[in-house]
Design a protein around this ligand. Structure first.
Ligand SMILES: NC(=O)c1ccc[n+]([C@@H]2O[C@H](COP(=O)([O-])OP(=O)(O)OC[C@H]3O[C@@H](n4cnc5c(N)ncnc54)[C@H](OP(=O)(O)O)[C@@H]3O)[C@@H](O)[C@H]2O)c1
Length: 313
């Protein structure tokens, strides 16, 4: 692998927005080494075999299952122990899930919360030093972490107007379970992590190690596979009727927002921005800015991922 290439880790590149972002990145003249982090390697290989990979880029596929902390650790370990050492210039956290029935992971946590929030919390903490180091190696490009979030982390928008409602005593869904609510909760938890992480990054004294973080909301995109577990009539409606509604976006447009946040030169040296579906800087939810909530959910995430040493006092 050429050391000139920027190294991008992209999760969930086998479907929906992740796949679109991949196709768009491949059109760039800037050389990239793309590490496609997916749970189904065979499916990803099939997709790659139908794409043209321009010679300036290189691709590898790596196993990552966000329902397993063991998988997250082994993915991170695999990156950090390479010889020669590789930089991590861009981490694009795109993969996510929505469950409609309560289910638990091998770590005995509710699946959506672990997939969409906790596993990323763990992954970021494991890779952060390498991402900072990678900024130091680049003259003109700070490393970036892109959080693919959703306007559903805000109250009163979209599907059924309930939530988000983060409750410590119902994190496992045992008191009551609403799959969409847990999805919204996971995205709010991610926004809280986003701002807390920014605070920690701002304390970084060494300017050369500065990294940028951006959260995006791609708009409502019914043609992706996110609703794969919904009833068949909902799926038909999502795939064949909703795409004609004026308020929906296409996977291509969603991919563009991710790629904008990941690569746009106008975002250089900026950070902690919430970018909307039109690639404009926007406000995230009021709750996401609450410092007590940011700290609380950071510390809860430390406990649940076994990162006790990262807890804030
Ligand atoms: N579509 C929308 O309207 C919309 C709106 C706002 C935000 N978003 C966000 O956009 C992002 C992409 O979603 P999408 O709409 O493109 O949905 P999608 O087509 O279902 O893609 C989701 C991706 O996440 C991967 N994934 C799910 N669980 C995983 C796990 N345990 N480990 C590793 N990968 C896993 C999936 O892989 P598998 O194929 O192996 O399951 C798939 O590649 C998500 O963060 C979503 O929250 C979407």
């Amino acid at each position: 692998m050429s050391q000139e290439r920027k190294v991008i880790v992209l999760t969930g590149s086998n479907s929906g927005l992740g796949c679109e972002a991949l196709k768009q990145l491949l059109r760039h003249s800037t050389p990239y080494h793309l590490i496609l982090a997916v749970r189904n390697i065979t499916e990803m290989e099939k997709i790659i075999s139908n794409l043209t990979i321009p010679s300036q880029h290189s691709i590898e596929i790596s196993k990552l299952d966000l329902t397993s902390f063991t998988s997250v650790k082994s993915f991170a370990q695999g990156l950090l122990t390479r010889d020669p050492i590789i930089p991590l210039n861009l981490l694009i956290l795109n993969a996510a899930t929505v469950k409609f029935e309560l289910s638990k992971t091998e770590d005995n946590l509710e699946t959506t919360f672990q997939t969409n929030h906790l596993s990323y919390f763990l992954l970021i903490n494991l890779l952060l030093d390498r991402i900072k180091w990678s900024s130091e190696q680049q003259e003109s490009f700070n490393s970036r972490i892109i959080f693919v979030n959703s306007s559903l982390h805000k109250p009163g928008e979209g599907h059924n107007k309930i939530g988000p409602k983060l409750e410590i005593e119902n994190l496992d869904g045992s008191k009551e379970y609403d799959g969409m609510l847990f999805y919204k909760n996971s995205k709010l938890a991610q926004m809280l992590l986003f701002y807390q992480l920014n605070k920690l990054l701002e304390e970084e004294k060494d300017e050369k190690k500065k990294i940028s973080i951006f959260a995006i909301e791609p708009g409502f995109i019914p043609q992706t596979e996110l609703g794969r577990e919904s009833p068949f009539y909902v799926k038909l409606f999502m795939k064949f009727i909703l795409p004609f509604a004026p308020f929906t976006r296409t996977p291509e447009q969603g991919g563009e927002v991710i790629v904008y946040a990941a690569t746009s030169a106008e975002l250089e040296n900026r950070s902690a921005l919430y970018i909307n579906k039109l690639c404009q800087i926007d406000k995230s939810s009021d709750d996401s800015y609450k410092e007590d909530l940011q700290k609380l959910w950071w510390n809860i995430s430390c406990e649940l991922t076994g990162l006790e040493e990262k807890k804030l006092s």
